[in-house]
Write a protein that binds this ligand. Structure first.
Ligand code: F6P
Length: 495
């Protein structure tokens, strides 16, 4: 779908109502540096997906202002027009104190809800004071939404697990505002979720939404089952909706995507060429013909980075013909380092890379390059384009947009995607090489299969995946959500 078609759908559905998007992470961060203020795009699948939509549709985006120069560039209502060189929407920043950030973001969002929803055998921790901070911050975002909505009509589109209570707060104040939420991470099964101490309050909060979206049907089913068992409500499986207090919340799968066409253009840009030369310099001693395996992730325990390195190690040991003929380039963006589990993972990765490299290295070959830094959009595209194989080995992932960015970047029709069966993307991308990241032997063998795959097969698989993504880009995703609003949330559409 074209961006302009989505803009038309949204303007038809909203019929003059103001569009307000809410997320924790902001799409542009202003950072103070020696040379002045720099604008940075954060490493976030959510931002990658939502920003092109808001750019196409316009409206107001409310998010937490976390950059060191964020306060310096906004007006008295904490607003700034963005993108900087060609403004298309308003970003309204909400301020959160260090203590609130600790409770709401590091604590409740990323030490409780993140591991709880991602079942990767990382124990979630719950703290009453984090829950209180989470409520306070949700309330502050609600105030910001109400201020932006004014007295007119509005549609609010909330992103993610940082705001499970927000829709209910908005509805209590303004029942006429239509509220949609998209949950960008998995929803676990009932058995896993029931340990959450404030289960009823959280579910009641989410049922303030008129429409609640997940990536895949399985997460919708898990959500309905959780609700059905945990809270007084009527679950209507025929229409996939829940009634609480007489009002319905529709629950639907919307597999998120990326801006396929734009990535296809950007990958040919001089910015990408510059990043490619930079990478080749990093790969000092790189011999053309050596197959580059690429990983590109935030350093997060859900992404299966240690497992990926171990499987690569196993491949090198088991299949000696891959030695000196492959190199693994891992783009690794530091993330959530204030949370202990993330700091520990960073240390673990350093040791692992060192150990594997020292075991295999030769005079002119270093098997793993671990590039720990924030790599910008163009750098990720450059790496995708240089890759023979991209490795997405998440232990559990709502969707995983790196997989889709990679396919969109391969306008040359070549390249192999090795994809964890525990990602949302796996449901769509049947032509990827499937791996179970918990099974290192199987993953090593799949890497070797990728190493050997003939060009014709690579191209056929890539062509099918590209065709699928061209039909299901991020505008299609947004269009499907707003068409659902039109079907069910307009007075004529209510069943
Ligand atoms: O997509 C899930 C998500 O948590 C987004 O909400 C978030 O922006 C991204 O991953 C990166 O995490 P963070 O914003 O905590 O750096």
């Amino acid at each position: 779908m074209r961006a302009s078609e989505l803009a038309e759908i949204v303007s038809r559905v909203s019929a003059g109502a103001k569009l307000i998007v809410v997320s924790n992470r902001e799409p542009y961060v202003h950072v103070r540096e020696e040379e002045g203020i720099r604008v940075v795009r954060p490493a976030s699948g959510m931002v990658t997906a939502i920003e092109p939509i808001v750019r196409a549709v316009g409206g107001t985006w409310i998010a937490y202002g976390g950059g060191s120069a964020d306060r310096l560039v906004v007006d008295e209502k904490n607003r700034i027009a963005l993108p900087p060189d060609d403004p298309k929407f308003i970003l309204k920043r909400v301020w959160i104190s260090r203590t609130e950030e600790k409770g709401y973001y590091q604590g409740m969002s990323n030490t409780a809800l993140w591991p709880l929803c991602h079942i990767v055998y990382k124990r979630p921790y719950f703290s009453r004071s984090d829950w209180e901070a989470y409520k306070t911050v949700n309330r502050r975002f609600c105030d910001a939404v109400l201020e932006e909505a004014g007295t007119g009509s509005a549609i609010v589109f909330i992103q993610d697990y940082h705001f499970a209570l927000l829709s209910r707060m908005i509805k209590d104040a303004r029942p006429d505002i239509r509220v949609i939420q998209f949950w960008h991470i998995p929803w676990p099964n009932r058995e896993a979720f029931r340990i959450f101490p404030w289960e009823e309050e959280l579910l009641d909060g989410l049922l303030g939404n008129d429409l609640l979206g997940f990536h895949i049907q399985y997460h919708c089913n898990n959500f309905l089952e959780t609700v059905g068992r945990a809270i007084e409500s009527l679950v209507d499986y025929e229409h996939f909706r829940v009634f609480r207090g007489g009002r319905p919340t529709y629950v639907r799968p919307f597999p998120i995507s990326v801006d396929v066409e734009q990535i296809g253009k950007d990958v040919e840009s001089p910015e990408v060429e510059k990043r490619k030369s930079r990478f080749l310099k990093e790969l000092e001693g790189y011999i053309p013909g050596v197959k580059i395996f690429v990983g590109a992730d935030r350093i997060d325990y859900t992404k299966g980075i240690p497992e990926r390195l171990q499987a690569f190690d196993l491949m090198l040991s088991r299949y000696p013909d891959t030695r000196t003929k492959t190199v693994l380039v891992q783009l690794a963006a530091p993330s959530r380092t204030a949370v202990a589990a993330y700091r520990k993972l960073n240390e673990e990765l350093d040791e692992l890379v060192e150990e594997i490299n020292s075991r295999h290295l030769t005079e002119d070959w270093l098997p793993i390059r671990f590039l720990r830094a924030h790599h910008d959009y163009y750098a990720v595209l450059a790496a995708c384009r240089m890759a023979s194989v991209v490795l997405v080995t998440s232990l559990h992932d709502g969707m995983n947009l790196v997989a889709k960015e990679f396919i969109s970047a391969r306008t040359d029709g070549d390249g192999i995607l090795l994809l964890s069966q525990y990602t949302g993307a796996f449901r769509e991308l049947a032509d990827a090489l499937q791996v179970n990241p918990f099974d290192l032997d199987q993953m090593a063998d799949a890497m070797y299969a990728a190493f050997q795959m003939p060009e014709e097969e690579r191209r056929q698989r890539m062509e099918r995946m590209r065709a699928l993504l061209e039909m299901n880009d991020v505008y299609q995703w947004g269009g499907n959500i707003f068409k659902e609003v039109e079907r069910n949330l307009s007075p004529e559409g209510q069943q």
